[in-house]
Ligand binder design. Structure first.
Ligand code: GLU
Length: 265
């Protein structure tokens, strides 16, 4: 049993592209619907939820009937533009069935660098959460993000957001079950239940490859965890394909890998 999930009142949930899309870059509406139902359930139990969702570029690829992620910068951005509106259309339709308000927020690192922008962002999200009972659905603003002004992936963005909002927990829904001792596709891999120190992180042998749909991977998840360590906020990486995974994590079930910080010598 993990008490961290049970105590969390305000959480950030990050959803990876592979958790939402099928192998042809098409939205798996069943998966999105399960996610939405799980989010609605935990919200009704009193948890405040901020959703960081990837999938814009991937969905744009699928909507344009392409077979793989483009390499050319402006094609990626064009795909993100097409996919982002489709992503939000689907979230909006599914949440609306439960009478749940949602709103879109697109961010770049600039919003975290300038105090005024960050304060405005935090105040807006708080207003959505506490005055309108709405769920902010956040993504990187892939159309304008570039070079020195890009997170490049939502793992890092969600970690920045979690600490800026002083949330109690970041849950990363991934297509893998958590962090493993070695590449889980190669056998002999054991799921690490808990990582409590930077030394513990160094112990995991990493495979930096991703699934080819999104851009995150184990390495970006560890960077995100390191960022959260400075604000002492826990993070759980868990397979988003499991039924009712959010409700179960918040009930204290030991799923995925928990990062929680003890002071290091
Ligand atoms: N912002 C990108 C998108 O929506 C995803 C980044 C990521 O996979 O972390 O496609």
């Amino acid at each position: 049993m993990r008490s961290i999930g049970k105590k969390a009142k305000k959480i950030v949930i990050k959803v990876g592209t592979a958790t939402l899309l099928d192998d042809r870059f098409k939205l798996d509406i069943g998966k999105m619907n399960s996610l939405v139902e799980d989010v609605v359930r935990i919200k009704r139990q009193g948890t405040k939820v901020v959703l960081v969702s990837s999938g814009a570029v991937g969905m744009g690829v699928g909507r344009a009937n392409k077979r793989s992620r483009p390499k050319e910068k402006h094609l990626i951005k064009a795909a993100a533009s097409i996919g982002q509106s489709s992503l939000m259309y689907n979230y909006e339709s599914l949440f609306r069935k439960h009478g749940q308000l949602v709103g879109q927020i697109l961010l770049t690192p600039d919003e975290f660098r300038h105090r005024g922008k960050l304060n405005t962002l935090i105040a807006t999200i708080r207003t959505m959460l506490y005055k309108l009972d709405a769920i902010p659905i956040i993504n990187e603003n892939d159309v304008v993000a570039f070079e020195e002004n890009t997170f490049g992936n939502n793992d890092i963005l969600s970690a920045y957001l979690t600490s800026a909002l002083e949330a109690d927990l970041l849950i990363m829904l991934s297509d893998v079950g958590g962090i493993y001792t070695t590449d889980p596709r190669k056998g002999n891999a054991e799921l690490i239940n808990e990582i409590t120190s930077i030394k513990g992180m160094a112990a995991c042998r990493l495979d930096p490859s991703t699934n080819g749909k999104g851009v995150g991977g184990v390495v970006t998840k560890l960077h995100a965890a390191k960022h959260l360590r400075s604000s002492n906020i826990p993070m759980i990486v868990v397979n988003g394909g499991q039924p009712n995974v959010l409700s179960r994590v918040l009930k204290g079930e030991e799923l995925g890998t928990l990062f929680r910080w003890k002071s290091e010598p």
